[in-house]
Ligand binder design. Structure first.
Ligand code: CP
Length: 321
């Protein structure tokens, strides 16, 4: 596997899931694969879970790990071609990337959407430059439009906690004080669509439609209560306006409707549904204290499964070196 961005990159999902459970049973089974190999994790944005779980997965596989926080100690990087570099950016990504590639065998990249230029973000400009110029396999650690390591962990978590063969899974928008990217809901929708035994419903205020290529065959329901009825899993997430229905709204907050916050009344509409969120989460905006602290909250097992999803991805990349 030369790059990991979308669900198709893993090949058949049932095989990837079987590998995930094999690794969960024996995390060090493939430790020989990473001997004398180095992972470089490059962060243009903050992280807690991705940073820790990816490093842990790489260590389980016997790798050495280098972490670069671009905004803390590296030269400030220019990412666009054609710019006269007479500002505060001392180095261009187009030199920095191949240099980074000299020091490692695999690269993980975190680079969020700027949320000002939809075309630039949805072209995955920074990630694609890493793929083109690093000479190394590259995996997304949340990029402008996708967060596949999270969605893979979410699918593992649903598989572990489902009590019916074909669960109803609801992706719900919830309010937030800052404009957030669409990467998590995009990938979640993509992976749930690819899963053979999931009924996916997406609910959000009108105008917040996700890109159709991620929505796929999901049912879109603007009435949050109707969407929640009979749900087995509630996956809450805020996202800024994707600019699908009105391009001028891209990256903006066009609703702060607090009636969408997931509280105990919302959860009472479900089929004893489990609550999920990728974290970090702002309590009492996205979800109330009571719901996230309830026995039906899966936010911690979900985060724990990040180590497993990443282990599968790194294992596949090491096997293909
Ligand atoms: N869910 C997730 O990616 O968390 P971090 O942003 O802390 O890495």
């Amino acid at each position: 596997m030369k790059s990991f961005i979308n669900v198709e990159d893993l090949g058949p999902l049932d095989k990837a899931m079987a590998e995930a459970f094999e690794i969960k049973n024996d995390r060090f089974k493939y430790q020989h694969l990473g001997k004398n190999k180095t992972l470089m994790m490059i962060f243009f944005n903050n992280s807690l879970r991705t940073r820790l779980s990816t490093q842990k997965a790489a260590m389980n596989l016997g790798m050495n790990v280098i972490v670069l926080d671009v905004n803390a100690g590296a030269w400030k990087l220019e990412t666009e071609r054609g710019v006269i570099m007479d500002g505060d950016k001392s180095e261009h990504l187009l030199e920095a990337i191949p240099v980074m590639g000299c020091y490692c065998d695999l690269i993980g990249v975190r680079s969020f959407a700027g949320l000002t230029d939809r075309e630039y973000d949805y072209a995955e400009t920074v990630l694609q430059q890493f793929i083109k110029y690093s000479g190394r396999p590259v995996f997304a650690m949340e990029t402008a439009t996708v967060h596949p390591l999270q969605a893979f962990a979410d699918l593992i978590t649903i598989e572990e906690h489902k009590v019916v063969e074909r669960p109803k899974v609801v992706l719900t928008w919830a309010p937030h004080c800052r404009a957030l990217p669409q990467a998590v809901p995009n990938s979640f929708a993509q992976w749930m669509n690819a899963a053979p035994d999931v009924d996916l419903v997406i609910t959000h205020p009108e105008g917040y439609e996700l890109d159709p290529k991620f929505v796929g065959n999901a049912v879109v329901e603007y009435d949050q209560k109707k969407a929640f009825e009979g749900a087995d899993f509630i996956y809450a997430k805020n996202w800024s306006n994707p600019g699908v229905t009105n391009p001028a709204d891209y990256g903006k907050i066009t609703s702060k409707d607090m009636s969408w916050t997931v509280d105990t009344e919302h959860m009472s509409w479900t089929n004893n549904g489990k609550f999920m969120h990728c974290l970090p989460v702002r309590r009492n905006l996205i979800v109330t204290d009571d719901v996230i602290e309830s026995p039906n909250s899966l936010v911690i097992p979900e985060a724990a499964n990040r180590e497993i999803s990443c282990s599968v991805v790194i294992k596949r990349m090491l096997e293909a070196l």
